[in-house]
Design a protein around this ligand. Structure first.
Ligand code: NAD
Ligand code: IPM
Ligand code: MN
Length: 365
């Protein structure tokens, strides 16, 4: 039987709650499909700051590198919001992404038919939306130097960051964008701010160059401000979007709302080689932490992405996705997506219902 080493990072806020549910689902699919998982739980984020004085302890990164895949929930919380930059939970996450070299972040926003009524957009606009945001994850303004705090020549205090991309960084994420689009409907939209930013002008230049390797993919370009508007006006015009680190962060949160809730969106972060990092798009939701209210579906769907993209276990991944859909079909909803006539459940029960659906006899076809 197949056996995998998984590093588990529950993190902060709702992290431990949604992780516990997701691990139950993972054990269940494992025993049904003859896959064994060896889980090692490590500290990251605020939990690591409190226990070890740093948001990314060396032993956490070592364990992650030594595994077949890494499953992360979320980090961050009010308690650490006023810490110095190097002692913030978010630094742990950035260090993890950089340390694993996972430069490509796939964030699918799919409107499930069961949740069309939960979208804030009209049915005809939301129905059938299926967008894949390919976000560059280890470069751009998140990592560029110089950065910091200073004083300008008028003696006024400043804070600054640098948006910078090398050709190598753009070329490799562009290729992931083209490859992704090729496997979907063959349409790729590169989102930038080339009318203002040199870094974006260079981005567009390189994307056009790489496009020569993919004559079968239809490439378009859009400014990020327009893209933010078009995503709400007519999201079905998009198939695959490729964009930089910060635009991808913002546009994927925006796209999540088309699907009904940010509590639905999973993601996969992949590098050239080595283990991938799988995490929901949402954060640690400190406002509802510890109340059994969190939607665990983004975390469960991140397990499906881990199985598919991280381990090549396609059948197990598809069974989890089907179980999530079956659970929605049966009318179960957490507070973030509940609507008229549906059954409000907590985080734990939502997990139990997904497990029940997993154990139900597999429908033919
Ligand atoms: P957030 O995504 O944590 O929460 C935004 C809103 O969405 C909140 O009202 C929250 O209750 C709700 N929400 C999010 N996930 C939900 C879920 N699964 N079920 C139900 N409701 C959900 O974003 P924020 O409030 O801007 O950030 C909170 C903290 O999380 C910050 O410290 C931030 O840095 C961190 N963060 C971490 C990650 C990550 O770990 N990948 C991502 C985003 C934000
Ligand atoms: C995300 C988060 C992170 C990001 C933060 C917490 C560092 O918002 O994963 O989308 O900006 O990448
Ligand atoms: Mn984000």
């Amino acid at each position: 039987s197949r056996s995998y080493k998984i590093t588990v990072l529950p993190g902060d806020g709702i992290g431990p709650e949604i992780m516990s549910v997701a691990l139950d689902v993972m054990r269940s699919i494992g025993s049904q499909e003859g896959i064994s998982f060896h889980f090692t739980t490590k500290l990251v984020g605020g939990a690591a700051i409190d226990a070890a004085g740093t948001p990314l302890p060396e032993e956490t990164l070592v364990a992650c590198k030594d595994s077949d895949a890494v499953l992360l929930a979320a980090i961050g919380g009010y308690k650490w919001d006023n810490n110095e930059p190097h002692l913030r939970p978010e630094r742990g996450l950035l260090g993890l992404r950089a340390g694993l070299g996972v430069f490509a972040n796939l964030r699918p926003a799919t409107v499930f038919s069961q949740l069309v009524e939960s979208s804030t957009l009209k049915r005809e606009v939301a129905e059938g939306v299926d967008v894949m945001v390919v976000r560059e994850l280890t470069g751009g303004i998140y990592f560029g130097e110089p950065k910091g705090f200073g004083t300008n020549k008028n003696g006024d205090r400043t804070g600054f960051n640098t948006e910078v991309y090398s050709a190598t960084e753009i070329d490799r994420i562009a290729r992931v964008g083209f490859e992704t689009a090729r496997k979907r409907t063959g349409k790729l939209c590169s989102v930038d701010k080339a009318n203002v930013l040199e870094a974006s002008q260079f981005w567009r230049e390189r994307v056009i160059e790489i496009a020569k390797e993919y004559p079968d993919v239809e490439l378009s370009h859009m400014y990020v401000d327009n893209a933010a508007m078009q995503l709400i006006r007519n999201p079905k015009q998009f198939d695959t979007i490729v964009t930089n680190n910060i635009f991808g962060d913002i546009l994927s949160d925006e796209a999540s709302m088309l699907t009904g809730s940010i509590g639905m969106l999973p993601s996969a972060s992949i590098g050239q080689s080595g283990p991938g990092l799988f995490e929901p798009v949402h954060g640690s939701a400190p406002d509802i932490a510890g109340q059994n209210k969190a939607n665990p579906l983004a975390q469960i769907l991140s397990v499906a992405m881990l199985l598919k993209y991280g381990l090549g276990e396609k059948k197990a991944a598809e069974r989890i996705e089907a179980a999530v859909l079956a659970t929605l079909d049966r009318g179960f909803r957490t507070g973030d997506i509940v609507s008229e006539g549906k059954t409000l459940v907590g985080c734990k029960q939502m997990g139990e219902e997904v497990m029940r659906a997993l154990q139900a006899p597999v429908a033919a076809g």
